[in-house]
Design a protein around this ligand. Structure first.
Ligand SMILES: Cc1cc2nc3c(=O)[nH]c(=O)nc-3n(C[C@H](O)[C@H](O)[C@H](O)COP(=O)(O)O)c2cc1C
Length: 327
């Protein structure tokens, strides 16, 4: 079995993490399934109120006694929501996308006082250094291949740079990882584990509409684009990132005409919400990573964790040693 420092730090079996996908992209069932299988689940708290955060934590705990995290987009965090999350005392708080002027140190210190470890996601080396200097226990180096909001650096270059920049703080690789090959590669780059979003979106427990899960399975991974269209349509100004999303009808219609979409933001949001509910894959913004091209079926989330652990172990124990020649 592959064990790294993050396994000991968080008391988990496999260094395989679910990204805390916000805005209704994670559910307690999904988080609990990942943690129960020996990975580390995270509930996205973006768009949940204090009561819903407490309910989500209770629903996870009703399904498993294994550790899990609560995830926040720091630039949008509401004080009562953060306080509600700390009151739940999850094993970890995950922080993503702080504004440069936000007091990350303060948020991290409060989580530590509540007995939580803190993981901070970074899309570049300066952000990673800032996270480590602010007291993060684990830094997540997120490459541009990933789904949702991402930076500009690819994982292959970013992960070892972040490992060097924040040592001895352990690093997780995120972005473009969907199988054991990705986990083994992340470990070879110096990371202590892998964090996955897209792979778990296509799981039985994922709250996504069935059509969206099928769209991920059908994707060859070449059909995504970095775009501001999802944020413009939803009326969110994101600090320093675009969103990796499917290059579908809605994105193609507005690409290069973002200025015009701003004019129709209200109507666009209503249309988006309607399309999302109906499972319309052409008129919804669908965030998934390039690793969609590695995903061939919808699986139980626990099976995904076990399969990735098994595949990575096989690579590390058999394939790689077999490449060594003596003399
Ligand atoms: C639909 C979607 C929503 C996401 N929401 C969040 C979020 O709220 N907080 C966060 O830290 N990361 C979020 N992410 C990013 C993931 O945590 C992770 O970094 C990314 O999915 C990794 O790339 P992959 O999709 O190739 O596995 C989101 C990703 C997706 C696809």
């Amino acid at each position: 079995m592959i064990r790294t420092r993050v396994c000991d730090l968080l008391g988990i079996e496999h260094p395989i993490f679910l990204g805390g996908l916000g805005g209704g992209h994670t559910s307690p069932e999904m988080v609990a399934a990942v943690s129960a299988a020996g990975g580390f689940g995270a509930q996205g708290c973006h768009m949940l109120g204090p009561r819903q955060i407490a309910d989500a934590a209770a629903a996870i705990r009703a399904r498993t006694d294994k550790p899990f995290a609560l995830n926040f987009l720091l630039f949008l965090v509401e004080e009562d929501c953060y306080a509600a999350a700390l009151a739940q005392k999850p094993a970890a708080i995950v922080i993503a996308w702080p504004r440069p002027d936000q007091d990350m140190k303060g948020y991290i210190a409060r989580a530590h006082e509540a007995g939580c470890k803190v993981m901070v996601m970074a899309g570049g080396v300066p952000e990673a250094r800032g996270a480590a200097d602010s007291g993060a226990d684990i830094v997540i180096a997120q490459g541009t291949e990933g789904g949702g909001h991402v930076g500009w650096m690819a994982s292959m270059a970013l992960v070892p740079m972040v490992v060097d920049a924040v040592a001895p703080v352990p690093v997780l690789a995120a972005g473009g990882i969907a199988d054991g090959r990705g986990l083994a590669a992340a470990l070879a780059l110096g990371a202590d584990g892998a964090l996955l979003g897209t792979r778990f979106l296509a799981s039985d427990e994922s709250p996504l509409h069935a059509n969206f899960k099928q769209a991920i399975v059908a994707s060859d991974g070449h059909d995504t684009v970095l775009s501001e269209i999802p944020d413009i349509a939803s009326g969110t100004v994101w600090p320093g990132a675009m969103s990796r999303t499917a290059r579908n009808a809605i994105v193609q219609r507005w690409s290069g005409r973002e200025w015009a979409l701003r004019q129709y933001q209200r109507e666009a949001l209503t249309d988006l919400q309607r399309a999302r509910q109906a499972g319309d894959i052409a008129e919804s913004t669908l965030s998934y990573g390039q690793d969609a091209g590695l995903i061939a079926s919808i699986l139980p989330a626990g099976d995904i964790v076990r399969r990735i652990a098994r595949e990575a172990e096989e690579i590390v124990s058999s394939r790689l040693p077999g490449l060594l020649r003596r003399g």
